[in-house]
Design a protein around this ligand. Sequence first.
Ligand SMILES: Nc1ncnc2c1ncn2[C@@H]1O[C@H](COP(=O)(O)OP(=O)(O)O)[C@@H](O)[C@H]1O
Ligand SMILES: [Mg+2]
Length: 291
Amino acid sequence: MKIGIISRGHALYSTRRIAEAGRRRNHVVRILDPHRMVIGVEDDGVVSYHDGLRLQGFDVIIPRIGVSTTEYGLAILRQFELNNSAVVNSSTSIRNSRDKFHAIQLMAAAGVGVPKTLYTQNGMAVRGMAERLGGTPVVLKFNQGTQGTGVIICDSEPALQSTAQALWSLDQNFTLQEFIKESEGEDIRMIVIGGEVVGSMRRTAAAGDFRSNLHRGGTSELFEPPQEYIDMALKAVATLGLDIAGVDILESDRGPLILEVNSSPGLNGIETTTRKDLAEKLIIFAEGLVS
Ligand SMILES: Nc1ncnc2c1ncn2[C@@H]1O[C@H](COP(=O)(O)OP(=O)(O)O)[C@@H](O)[C@H]1O
Ligand SMILES: [Mg+2]
């Protein structure tokens, strides 16, 4: 088959691994860099160009759309959907998960456990919000952050109020979340492909940080998830409609809670930790969409 990977670079670990796995399994693989593309609608329909050349005949598209190009990346993905390419993560499912509060809304409505989360643009309301969340510290999150960069811990009411004010003055929206103390600096990352958990790890934050993202210097170890975690991750991913996802779980005193679901999870940490070829699993899943 002919596979297109929408990605900013063939040098990125996950992109490179997926491309290699595809070629190893005798597929034609092309990396489609959004910055080198033009898409549109012309006389003969919905068209896409890469370096000026028309793109056609892709059986499967694997989107690896970064947070910085979500809107444009999704527009590109929709072009392929309209031309009947199979996609590993639909544009709708990526949109569901990319907006963190939207994802929390959908998961909560489906009965998936999530941390208490509040969202407002009302500056006056902030005063009572920490209390609703069980008091400070509370976690403040950009709706579209990633790799831990849009996650702030506020230890006191004045810190919360001044941070909220500063962010609003920059037109930056955010949600407030209860801080799950008992799991401070630790979370579980599970990778789901095609309705199956294919790898799990426990991540531990670098000393002095509460964020366990590997991009923030966190470390990881193999984790054998209990059935409850597996069921929960699968339900969350199905609710958002994703084919491949990275699910972040916090272990709270009242059970596991889903923090977020990533539609383009990094493969580096999880492949190293689990010693599994997850890129190949992804390609095998993609083959199943076409045959
Ligand atoms: N409510 C919370 N309580 C405790 N720790 C949290 C909470 N929210 C986030 N964290 C920590 O911060 C990290 C990043 O948060 P996350 O919501 O996954 O954002 P990102 O998309 O930037 O990874 C998590 O992996 C976790 O270690
Ligand atoms: Mg995360």
